[in-house]
Design a protein. Structure first.
Length: 99
């Protein structure tokens, strides 16, 4: 599962994307419609940790898989867009992997 930098990046990318969706589409409405800020604090902290891991593993995969820097920039921009993690996952199927 976490055997190389490529698989680590792919898993963390997916988890970070899901946490972003939970934050935006579940926790934020609960805060602003329901008046309860606790879910945003919890989901926001989890998403923040996963986003930092995403950046670390993106840099690691960039180096170990010999990706072009433009690919890394594209993945970073996709990570800022809701549902962008699905585009990352689709694109990763065509990228070279490390051993």
């Amino acid at each position: 599962m976490f055997k190389n930098s490529f698989s680590r990046f792919r898993i963390v990318s997916f988890l970070e994307g899901l946490s972003y969706l939970i934050l935006v589409f579940i926790a934020m409405p609960i805060k602003y419609i329901g008046g309860n800020p606790i879910p945003v604090k919890i989901a926001g902290m989890g998403h923040g940790v996963l986003f930092i891991l995403f950046c670390i593993f993106l840099f690691e995969a960039l180096k170990k898989c010999n990706w072009d820097k433009a690919i890394a920039v594209k993945y970073f921009i996709y990570s800022l867009i809701p549902f962008g993690f699905l585009a990352i996952d689709k694109s990763l199927k065509t990228q070279p992997q490390d051993s």
